[in-house]
Design a protein around this ligand. Structure first.
Ligand SMILES: CC(=O)N[C@H](C=O)[C@@H](O)[C@H](O)[C@H](O)COP(=O)(O)O
Length: 230
């Protein structure tokens, strides 16, 4: 088992270069238990995921025990406005639960409990070796996040904040803008639904790509197939 205390941010970043798989089930869904998340993490690591992305204190702790790869942890609070690790307190809780990388909303939308920069600083000051991933919805978010010291800049929220269209597939226009302007390691995340999408994503100079729904959300995947069948 890898011990977080032995690992530097540089080590965590190096280990997370490649395919990250997000293993999340949503409230009320049949697969929404930490045990299932942990096993899903083991299954995707067996398939080649270099890191996993997991939501909630219990799931982060379960994933940390189940796999040795870096755990990108976040805490969702509600589902409107700023809901991905929305405060400094949520960021601390995600780190304490065992995250190697804490993913935090890095939009400039109004929130309570500290800005992205506050949360980023708290993680760096209080949890040596834990990296911060900025979940961005626009180029401005990415620029702000890099300025605030984010270790990884992600396109997670593209299409979900009103600033960018919700593209069918990854938002390549934003990805190209971010690649052009950001020097921090970039994680492309959001609506990578096919292997072909992923191929196109990897033609860009990025650090990692994170796939969720298309690998780990059977209800969505089934609905894609069911639509064709009907
Ligand atoms: C916008 C938002 O809340 N994204 C969440 C972030 O953790 C997850 O619900 C997504 O599944 C994840 O970003 C991976 O993206 P996709 O499932 O599209 O491959």
């Amino acid at each position: 088992m890898v011990h977080q205390a032995d690992i530097s941010v540089a080590g965590v970043l190096e280990a997370s270069r490649g395919l990250i798989v997000s293993c999340q089930a949503y409230p009320g869904e049949p697969l929404r238990t930490p045990e299932v998340t942990a096993r899903m993490c083991q299954a995707v690591v067996a398939g080649g995921a270099v890191a996993v992305r997991v939501q909630g204190v219990q799931d982060i702790a379960a994933a940390r025990q189940a796999v040795e790869v870096p755990v990108v942890g976040l805490i969702k609070y509600g589902h409107e406005g700023v809901y991905i690790t929305p405060s400094v307190a949520h960021a601390r809780a995600a780190a304490l639960a065992g995250s190697s990388i804490v993913a935090i909303d890095a939009t400039s939308r109004e929130r309570l409990g500290g800005t992205f920069a506050d949360a980023c600083k708290a993680i760096h000051d209080e949890f040596p070796g834990v990296a911060v991933m900025a979940d961005c919805g626009s180029l401005d978010d990415a620029l702000m996040a890099e300025d605030a010291g984010a270790d990884l800049v992600g396109t997670t929220l593209a299409g979900y904040t009103g600033e960018r269209p919700k593209t069918d597939g990854p938002d390549f226009e934003l990805i190209d803008q971010v690649c052009e302007r950001i020097s921090a390691p970039i994680v492309v995340e959001g609506r990578i639904h096919t292997v072909e999408h992923l191929r196109q994503v990897w033609q860009r100079p990025i650090h990692a790509a994170c796939v969720g729904t298309a690998i780990t959300h059977p209800t969505s995947i089934t609905s894609w197939f069911a639509k064709v069948t009907l």
